[in-house]
Design a protein around this ligand. Structure first.
Ligand SMILES: Cc1cc2nc3c(=O)[nH]c(=O)nc-3n(C[C@H](O)[C@H](O)[C@H](O)COP(=O)(O)OP(=O)(O)OC[C@H]3O[C@@H](n4cnc5c(N)ncnc54)[C@H](O)[C@@H]3O)c2cc1C
Length: 313
């Protein structure tokens, strides 16, 4: 009986592979996240082009499979049980620089481009506007736009001009002007409308000098090294900052710096980071998140809102 079941599963997967040849099965997701936490994806597919991405989405839709678009996994907590659907890993990584006028250049980049590679490219071309992103590990441009990530009072919204999206609701590709992206603090149309998948974008950077860009990048890298737990696995800041106060300060004032559950710890360096000391589970991290929320609510009456996204289907 067991053998028959296994045989059926193998046959079934063979059929699936005929429809989406590069699809993989039971792929552990931990190594695709900067937290190094998370169980397997039932199905996994690397989209190297926008055509790949659209094909994978159509495949999932035709099978009624839930799907999840994965960037660099640098703002995610994946459940220990994994994801019972198709994870589409963005690997479309083409980009090119073009002259716009005497002051600006534009970069046309696909969603899977790694943010730190873009920082390098901007330095190579003496362009300013992306230095804040130096030192963020693994993140892709798509995930960065989805989250409107930023630092030092600048965010990706400040340099994005247009975003090309695939709308899973009507299977159409369209271009969104920056005004249509509803960018706000950690807010975007992409968080509100899950049907919009980012394919590529145009960003505009100002011409500067190599020395000035390099100096700013070094400042950002030194700041992160000094203030963030860069030697540990993490997913960046766990909570959004409430109005006029930093979440880290609230958590620290609750005496939670260094608090451990299992192998997860509220960072001793920065209380809005939770670090994986080696073999933390998603359960360990979630318990710490709930503890921090509870203590901050009790002490200050403030409801902390998660910045990271928890993946559990
Ligand atoms: C050490 C460290 C430092 C960090 N510092 C900062 C910081 O200074 N500022 C900051 O804002 N963040 C920071 N982060 C958080 C994180 O890097 C950003 O939020 C990042 O931009 C997320 O990009 P990603 O590609 O990793 O997205 P993922 O974590 O893979 O995904 C995030 C969300 O984006 C969605 N997504 C990904 N690609 C697409 C796409 N093509 N189309 C539609 N949706 C998509 C995913 O489905 C998911 O919902 C830090 C993280 C770490 C680990």
């Amino acid at each position: 009986m067991k053998n028959e079941k296994l045989q059926f599963k193998i046959q079934n997967f063979k059929k699936i592979k005929e429809e989406l040849p590069r699809i993989q099965k039971n792929i552990p997701l931990a190594k695709y996240t900067t937290f190094r936490i998370g169980g397997p994806a039932k199905y996994f597919f690397e989209a190297k082009t926008k055509e790949d991405l659209i094909e994978a989405i159509r495949f999932a839709q035709s099978k009624g499979l839930p799907f999840f678009v994965l960037g660099g996994g640098s703002n995610l907590l994946v459940d220990d049980k994994g994801f019972n659907g198709l994870v589409i890993k963005m690997k479309n990584e083409r980009c090119k620089v073009q002259n716009k006028n005497s002051k600006f250049k534009i970069i046309i980049a696909e969603a899977g481009v790694i943010l730190s590679d873009l920082v390098e490219l901007s330095l190579k071309n003496n362009l300013t506007g992306l230095e804040w992103a130096a030192g963020i590990p693994g993140a892709t441009l798509g995930g960065t736009i989805h989250n409107n990530a930023g630092a030092f009072k600048i965010s990706i919204a400040d340099i994005v001009k247009t975003v090309e999206v695939f709308d899973t609701a009507d299977s159409k590709i369209r271009n969104l002007d920056v005004k249509k992206c509803n960018f706000g603090y950690k807010q975007t149309i992409f968080k509100q409308q899950k049907n919009l998948i980012i394919l590529s974008c145009i960003i505009q950077l100002k011409k500067s000098t190599k020395e000035a860009v390099k100096e700013q990048i070094n400042y950002v890298l030194n700041y992160r090294e000094k203030n963030h737990p860069m030697n540990f696995f993490s997913a960046g800041c766990i909570f959004e900052n409430p109005l006029k106060i930093r979440a880290a300060e609230l958590i620290q004032k609750c005496g939670l710096k260094g608090k451990k559950i299992g192998d997860a710890q509220i960072s001793e360096k920065h209380a809005n980071f939770i670090v994986n000391l080696g073999s933390a589970s998603s359960k360990d991290v979630l318990e710490l998140i709930n503890l921090a929320k509870e203590k901050v609510k009790d002490k200050f009456g403030i409801e902390l809102k998660k910045e990271i996204q928890v993946i559990n289907t």
